[in-house]
Design a protein around this ligand. Structure first.
Ligand code: DER
Length: 227
C-alpha cells in the first residue's frame, strides 16, 4: 500500500464511526483530508451531522464537500473529533501534533470533545516521543525571542517556523510557531506542563492523555491501537 492508500483507509475507517446527529471535530493535515472527503460522501448519502473544523483549510475543504459547519459558540461540546498526528507513542498514545501548523485550534477542539480518535499511517508510531520530530509550540509574537530563551532552558532547541524565505509562518490565530527539537521526551506530561508554564507560550503540540485510540494503517490493513 502506498502511504496515501494507508491514509485513505484510516480516513474511511474513522468516517464510519460517525453517527447521525453527531457534532464532529474535523482534524487538519493530509490524513484528515481523507476523513473529510469520506465524511462528505456520507453526508451526500444522507448522514446528518454538523462539524467544527480545526483550521481554515479544513473548513474550506469541508464546505467544498457539503459538510455543514458550526462553531464552538453554538456547539461547545463535540461528540467525536478525528485528527492526525506527527508522532504516536506506543503504549501511552502520547502525541506530537502541529507540523501542519493547526495545533492551537486542534487542541481547543480536542479539549471540547468527548472522544478523540487519531488517524495515521504506521510511520507515525514511535517507541519514545520526540526523538525524530520537534514539538511545535505556538507563541505570541511579542517577545518571542525571550520565550525561545526560556524554552531553551527546558532543554529544547527552538526554531522559528517560516512560511518561505525569511517570512515567519503565521498561524490561523495570528501567532508564531517555534519548532522545539528535544532529544527524546522521557516524561511527555511533565514536558507538556513545563512548556505551558513558559510565559509567552500559547499551546504546545504535545497531546497527552487525550486520544481514546489511534486507527493506524499498515501493510496488513487498519488496526485500532489503545493505551
Ligand atoms: O498539524 C497537525 O497536527 C496534523 O494533524 C498533522 O500533524 C498530521 O498531518 P499528516 O496527517 O499530514 O501527517
Amino acid at each position: 500500500d502506498t502511504q496515501d492508500e494507508q491514509k485513505q483507509a484510516v480516513g474511511e475507517a474513522a468516517a464510519a464511526l460517525v453517527e447521525d446527529g453527531m457534532v464532529v471535530g474535523l482534524g487538519t493535515g493530509s490524513t484528515a483530508r481523507f476523513l473529510v472527503d469520506a465524511l462528505g460522501r456520507r453526508v451526500g448519502d444522507g448522514l446528518r451531522i454538523v462539524a467544527i473544523p480545526t483550521s481554515e483549510r479544513t473548513a474550506e475543504q469541508a464546505r467544498s464537500v457539503g459538510i455543514p459547519l458550526v462553531g464552538l459558540d453554538t456547539h461547545p461540546r463535540i461528540d467525536l473529533t478525528v485528527d492526525g498526528a506527527d508522532e504516536i507513542e506506543l503504549g501511552s498514545l502520547a502525541l506530537i501534533k502541529g507540523l501542519g501548523g493547526a495545533l492551537l485550534r486542534e487542541k481547543i477542539v480536542a479539549a471540547a470533545s468527548k472522544r478523540l480518535v487519531i488517524i495515521a499511517d504506521e510511520s507515525k508510531l514511535v517507541k519514545r516521543l520526540g526523538r525524530r520530530t520537534p514539538v511545535p509550540v505556538e507563541v505570541v509574537r511579542f517577545g518571542w525571542q525571550a520565550t525561545a530563551a526560556h524554552l531553551r532552558e527546558l532543554g529544547a532547541e527552538p526554531i522559528l517556523r517560516h512560511a518561505g524565505g525569511d517570512v515567519p509562518f503565521i498561524t490561523d490565530g495570528g501567532n508564531l510557531i517555534l519548532d522545539c527539537k528535544f532529544d527524546g521526551i522521557a516524561d511527555p506530561r511533565a514536558s507538556e506542563l513545563a512548556i505551558d508554564d513558559v510565559v509567552g507560550v500559547v499551546e504546545s503540540g504535545l497531546f497527552i492523555n487525550r486520544a481514546e485510540c489511534a486507527l493506524v494503517a499498515g501493510i496488513g490493513g487498519v488496526r485500532r491501537i489503545v493505551r
